[in-house]
Design a protein around this ligand. Structure first.
Ligand code: PHE
Length: 457
C-alpha cells in the first residue's frame, strides 16, 4: 500500500471558498430562479432560506466534522467505525461518479453557448429552441464541447488541492460574485423589471403546497453539495484549528446569496423582455437557460451579445468549480478506498468519467432510443433523477441514522468543539436524530411516487 501525504487546505478561507465553489453551480444559476418563479416567488425563497439554515447547515457541519475527525473520504470515514458500516460510504461515494458525466455534458452546452455568442451572434441563438436541439443532437460538436469542459476540470484537479483547486477558486469565485452582481444590477435597470422584482420577492401564499416544500428541501441538498461525500472529503483536508461552525455559516450564506442574485439576474430581465415570469416558471431544465434566456439577451439590442457571452462565462465558472469538486472527490475516494497513489486514482477517474460522459452525450443522438423514465426522457434525465431524488436522500438518511443513533451525536459534537464553541449542540442533535431523517424520508417517498405517477403533487 502506498501512503501519500494527505493534502491540507492552506487556510480557512481556502476551505470555505472551495466548499462554496462546489455548492454554487448550475443548481443556483439555473434551477433556483425557475423554482422561485414556479412556486410563488417569496414563498419559495422563504422555505429555501429556512431549509438552508436548519437541515442544510446541520448536515454541512456533520459532513465536514466527520471528514476532519477521520481524515478520510467517505468510504474510509465510515469504515473507521467498523467494517460493517463501510457500505454507507460506498453507497454515498457512488453518487459523484454518477453526477460527473451528466454535469459535464451540461457544462459542455454552456461552453458552446459562450462561444456561440462570439461566432454566431445573439439572434441566431434566439430562435425558440431549434438551435439548441440541433446542437445537442450533433454528436461531434456536443462531444467536443463536453471534452473541452472536462479537460479544464481535469487540468485543475491534476494540479492538486493547493496549486490547482485553491488557486482556481481564488480567481473564479470573486469573478463570479462580481459578474453576478453586475448583471443583476443591469437587469434591474431594464424597463419593466420592477414588476419582475415584485413577482420574485413578494410571497404568493396561494402557491404554498407540499410540492413546494419538497422542492425547497431537494434544492437545499443539491445546492449545498450534500449527501455525496464531497463535504466529507473537503473536511478531511481541514486542520484541527479551523472553526467549523463559522465555516458552515459562511458556506451556506454564500450559496444562498448567489442563488438570490441569480434570481435577480434572470427574473426581472425576463419580465422586461417577455412581459411575465411565465417563461421562467414553465421552462424547467435546459430550456430556461438555452432557449428562453437567449431570447431575453436578443431583446436587449446590441448589448445583448456581450451580456449573453458574459452570462455564459459566469455559468461556466459556477459549473466548473462544482465539477472540480466532484472529480476531486472521485479521485480521493478511489485513492483512499484502494490505497493506490493519487496519480493512479486520478487516471481511473478520468477514464471512467470520460467514457460515461460520452454515453450520456450520445443519449441525445445515437442512443436516444434509451428512454429510461418514459417517452421523451434521456439518459441524462435518468441519472439526474436517480442521483438527486433517490440516492442523495437515502444517503442523507443513512448518515443521520448512523451519526444520530449508532456513533451518537456526541462523537461529532466533540470534533466540532476541538476548535470552536458549539452553543446549539442540543438543537443540532435533535435535528440529526429526528427532524432531518423524517423530513428527508418524506421527500424521498414524495419524489419517487410523483415520478412514477402514483401521486400528483
Ligand atoms: N451544488 C452544485 C450545484 O448547485 C451541484 C453539485 C452537486 C456539485 C453535487 C457538486 C456535487 O450546481
Amino acid at each position: 500500500m502506498t501512503t501519500t501525504v494527505r493534502a491540507t487546505w492552506s487556510n480557512k478561507l481556502a476551505f470555505v471558498l472551495a466548499a462554496a465553489a462546489s455548492a454554487v453551480g448550475l443548481g443556483s444559476m439555473w434551477r433556483f430562479p425557475y423554482l422561485a418563479a414556479k412556486y410563488g416567488g417569496g414563498t419559495f425563497l422563504f422555505m429555501y432560506l429556512v431549509f438552508v439554515f436548519t437541515i442544510g447547515i446541520a448536515l454541512l457541519l456533520l459532513e465536514t466534522a466527520f471528514g476532519r475527525k477521520t481524515g478520510q473520504s467517505s468510504i474510509g470515514a465510515f469504515k473507521a467505525f467498523g467494517k460493517k458500516y463501510a457500505f454507507i460510504g460506498v453507497f454515498m461515494s457512488s453518487i459523484p461518479f454518477i453526477i460527473v458525466p451528466y454535469y459535464c455534458v451540461i457544462g459542455g452546452w454552456t461552453t458552446k453557448y459562450m462561444a456561440a455568442y462570439i461566432t454566431d451572434g445573439p439572434a441566431a441563438l434566439a430562435d425558440g429552441g431549434t438551435y439548441f436541439s440541433n446542437f445537442i443532437a450533433n454528436t461531434p460538436e456536443s462531444m467536443l464541447f463536453m471534452l473541452i469542459f472536462m479537460a479544464i476540470t481535469y487540468l485543475v484537479v491534476g494540479m492538486g488541492v493547493n496549486n490547482g483547486i485553491e488557486k482556481a477558486n481564488l480567481v473564479m469565485m470573486p469573478a463570479l460574485i462580481l459578474v453576478a452582481a453586475a448583471l443583476a444590477v443591469y437587469s434591474l435597470t431594464l424597463p419593466g423589471a420592477l414588476e419582475g422584482v415584485a413577482f420574485y420577492l413578494v410571497p404568493d401564499l396561494s402557491k404554498f403546497s407540499p410540492e413546494l416544500v419538497v422542492a425547497a428541501l431537494g434544492q437545499t441538498f443539491f445546492t449545498l453539495s450534500l449527501a455525496m461525500g464531497i463535504m466529507v472529503t473537503y473536511g478531511s483536508y481541514l486542520e484541527k484549528k479551523e472553526k467549523l461552525t463559522s465555516s458552515v455559516m459562511q458556506i451556506a450564506g454564500t450559496t444562498f446569496g448567489i442563488s438570490l442574485l441569480a434570481g435577480f439576474m434572470i427574473i426581472p430581465s425576463t419580465f422586461a423582455a417577455l412581459g411575465s415570469g411565465d417563461a421562467v416558471a414553465q421552462n424547467a431544465g435546459p430550456s430556461l437557460m438555452f432557449v428562453i434566456l437567449p431570447q431575453v439577451f436578443n431583446s436587449m439590442g446590441p448589448a445583448g451579445g456581450i451580456i449573453g457571452c458574459v452570462f455564459f462565462i459566469l455559468v461556466i465558472f459556477a459549473a466548473l468549480t462544482s465539477s472540480i469538486s466532484l472529480v476531486e472527490t472521485c479521485t480521493a475516494i478511489i485513492q483512499d478506498g484502494s490505497g493506490c497513489s493519487r496519480r493512479r486514482a486520478f487516471v481511473v477517474t478520468i477514464v471512467f468519467t470520460t467514457v460515461a460522459g460520452i454515453i450520456v452525450n450520445l443519449g441525445y443522438s445515437g442512443l436516444s432510443f434509451i428512454q429510461p423514465l418514459g417517452e421523451g426522457t434521456t439518459i441524462l434525465d435518468f441519472l439526474d433523477f436517480i442521483s438527486n431524488s433517490v440516492m442523495m436522500p437515502i444517503s442523507a438518511i443513512l448518515t443521520c441514522v448512523f451519526v444520530g443513533w449508532i456513533i451518537k451525536p456526541k462523537t461529532i459534537i466533540d470534533e466540532v468543539k476541538v476548535s470552536a464553541e458549539f452553543r446549539l449542540e442540543k438543537a443540532w442533535a435533535v435535528l440529526i436524530k429526528y427532524i432531518a431523517p423524517i423530513c428527508i424520508t418524506i421527500i424521498l417517498v414524495a419524489y419517487v411516487a410523483q415520478t412514477f405517477g402514483i401521486i400528483t403533487l
